[in-house]
Design a binder for this molecule. Structure first.
Ligand code: SAH
Length: 336
């Protein structure tokens, strides 16, 4: 086996140049190495997270994102607390052990309202992940005290110039501040990046991976950039599936015991994308369990998603996973 891969498997460290070398390699050995590290560190169980996209209203204007505030051509929705809890109940009854609440940056969901929702959800026996963007330390602290277990906030890119270009009126420093706050408050903290943003280099992807390692992130989600027709990046090419897979696999080598989802964006680019990801380092799957309105949660076009609202979803997913020697994990899936 390639010396760099041997080093990664034995020490879980790599230099930037070594990461660049792997990103430029053909990938097949890398995927196998990541799959074996995944098997040893976290086993064959796949953790399912039930995703509820509860609002597509967003005050930010991230240039790549279909639900950016400046997009006037989508219809906006916001679920009521009652409807959110209905989706949670259905998810719990189907067997989900983790609920993920995701939204645009919607100030309607104040600290108080979020705490009320978190308290209600935590009455069910589930782990709760939030993915609602940048908030103050005070808000993050209140959500944590109300019972939220995990938080997802991708850095998107660690290339500061590119970050500032992609995120008008936002600040890279504040994004980092958020991630540090989340870590210090004891959240299992997830971050990640987009692959194939216009102007993004291989070197900057290597730096993203080193950032994940330095933060000691508990969860990493990566996916290819997919151009959305109602955004300033509509004419840019898609990110590469293979490159996204490589970033994910190297992340597994450097952070063996973390949770890594096979992301929906990967499935959108390749019909078998999520299974390939599960065989290249991923151990988490995040089906959408939102009721009707989330068809408008179009962060990118043709966002694929299995319909997880039927009650035999667990059996179906278990059957699918059994075909590749895996199974649905029964526990809440915290980092070991
Ligand atoms: N408001 C929340 C959730 C954002 S949507 C937050 O700020 O964290 C979740 C993720 O979708 C983003 O972090 C981004 O990485 C991804 N995403 C957005 N637009 C995308 C696109 N056009 N292609 C691929 N992924 C995209």
């Amino acid at each position: 086996m390639n010396e760099i891969l041997k080093k990664a498997i034995n020490t879980h460290t790599l230099s930037k140049d070594e990461i660049i070398n792997l990103l430029e390699s053909d990938g097949s050995e890398l995927y196998k190495a990541a799959d074996s590290v995944r098997k040893i560190a976290v086993g064959d169980g796949v953790h399912l997270r039930g995703l509820i996209e509860f609002s597509n209203i967003c005050s930010k204007t991230c240039k790549y994102c279909g639900i950016r505030g400046a997009n006037l051509s989508i219809s906006r929705y916001r679920l009521s607390v009652e409807d959110i809890l209905k989706d949670v109940k259905q998810g719990v009854e189907s067997g989900f052990k983790t609920i993920v609440l995701q939204s645009g940056e919607d100030a309607y969901f104040s600290k108080e309202l979020m705490c009320e929702i978190i308290t209600e959800i935590k009455k069910f026996d589930v782990a709760l992940t939030l993915s609602i963007g940048e908030r103050s330390y005070d808000d993050y602290k209140a959500f944590r005290e109300a019972g939220a277990d995990r938080y997802l906030l991708r850095i998107e890119t660690t290339d500061k110039g590119l970050y500032n270009n992609m995120h008008p009126n936002m600040s890279f420093e504040n994004r980092i501040r958020c991630l540090n706050d989340l870590k210090s408050l004891g959240y299992e903290t997830g971050t990640g990046c987009l692959i194939g943003l216009p102007g993004q280099s291989i070197k900057s992807l290597a730096e993203d991976i080193l950032f994940f390692k330095e933060l000691n992130a508990d969860m990493i989600g990566v996916g290819p950039f997919l151009p959305h027709p109602n955004t300033p990046l509509k004419d840019e090419p898609c990110g590469s599936f293979d490159l996204a897979l490589k970033v994910m696999a190297i992340t597994r080598l450097l952070l063996p015991d973390i949770n890594i989802p096979a992301t929906t964006a990967m499935e959108t680019l390749n019909p078998n994308g999520r299974v390939i990801a599960l065989q290249s380092g991923a151990n988490v799957f995040m089906p959408n369990i939102t009721g009707e309105s989330s068809k408008n949660y179009e962060i990118y076009p043709n966002k694929s998603g299995i319909n997880a609202s039927n009650s035999d979803i667990m059996v179906k997913l278990d059957e699918m996973l059994n075909l590749i020697g895996r199974h649905v994990a029964k526990d809440k899936g915290f980092r070991k």
